[in-house]
Design a protein around this ligand. Structure first.
Ligand code: UGA
Ligand code: MN
Length: 254
């Protein structure tokens, strides 16, 4: 089956570095269709050119996060959910494609943020997803890892350091959904107004129950994806040189 990877992305200094890193992981995955959704009013030329030369099968979408829902400079990163509208736009595209009858093959949908680190084995684990499959995520939630706890082959509860009472206390990187289930639940989407930590639950609630989750990665004993975060580069020297008219050539794309 085809794995549809939906990735929200936004313009910033490290964007091309992030996209380079994950796209070169994806190049090693058979039957992967990348749905890259820019958080912007238009498709940018940086991302358009990047995709055209990526060697991947892709769909390039865009939708801006409404201003009142967008994190502003200086806000703590947990204040508002990120990437919700973009993931919904990816879902909209998938559902529209299917109504046009373009998707007869079985598929799997995975939401891959542009800054995480993905093992190739993860994609083979999720490829057989029938409803919703789940696995551990490393370096997340202030923990070494979070994971579903499996008993007798079923998910019994979740190992998490924070609000374990959430319907699905799983990071975005910790689950994949079958395309069939996404299409069977045309109303399921991410709630951009969800309180902190409830974004994943807003989508999964109503689509699947805890008992139906399919534990992968050796019954959730292996970490195959890491919630890495890239440091924001400091531009102190660049700013100083620019004031003297000696800044780095703006014609060079970074
Ligand atoms: C955590 C989760 O891992 C995310 O899946 C979840 O969306 C996020 O929290 C949340 O609570 O909203 P975190 O590392 O804090 O992730 O979030 P980012 O990696 O900064 O953003 C998630 C995705 O949204 C990334 O692919 C990023 O490129 C994109 N994004 C971020 C935008 O499209 N627009 C923005 O303004 C910010
Ligand atoms: Mn992230």
């Amino acid at each position: 089956s085809t794995i549809y990877v939906i990735t929200p992305t936004y313009a910033r200094l490290v964007q091309k570095a992030e996209l380079t890193r994950i796209s070169q992981t994806f190049l090693h995955v058979p039957q992967l269709h990348w749905i890259l959704v820019e958080d912007s009013a238009n498709r940018t030329s940086l991302v358009s050119e990047f995709l055209a030369h990526s060697g991947l099968t892709y769909t390039h979408l865009h939708v801006p996060t409404p201003r009142d829902r967008k994190l502003q400079e200086g806000d703590p990163s947990w204040l508002k959910p990120r990437g919700a509208e973009q993931r919904n736009e990816g879902l909209r595209w998938l559902r529209e494609e299917s109504t046009r009858g373009r998707q007869r093959e079985p598929g799997v949908v995975y939401f891959a943020d542009d800054d995480n680190t993905y093992s190739l084995q993860l994609f083979e684990e999720m490829r057989g997803t029938r409803t919703v499959s789940v696995w551990p995520v490393g370096l997340v939630g202030g923990m070494r890892f979070e994971r579903p706890v499996v008993e007798g082959g079923r998910v019994a509860r979740f190992h998490t350091g924070w609000r374990p009472g959430r319907p699905f206390p799983i990071d975005m990187a910790g689950f994949a959904v079958s395309l069939r289930l996404v299409l069977a639940n045309p109303e399921s989407r991410f709630d951009g107004n969800a309180p902190m930590g409830f974004l994943e639950s807003s989508f999964l609630q109503g689509m699947v129950t805890m008992e139906e989750l399919e534990p992968k990665a050796d019954m959730c004993a292996k970490v195959l994806v890491w919630h890495t975060r890239t440091e924001k580069p400091k531009m102190k020297r660049e700013d100083a040189l620019q004031k003297q008219g000696l800044g780095s050539d703006p014609g060079v794309e970074v």
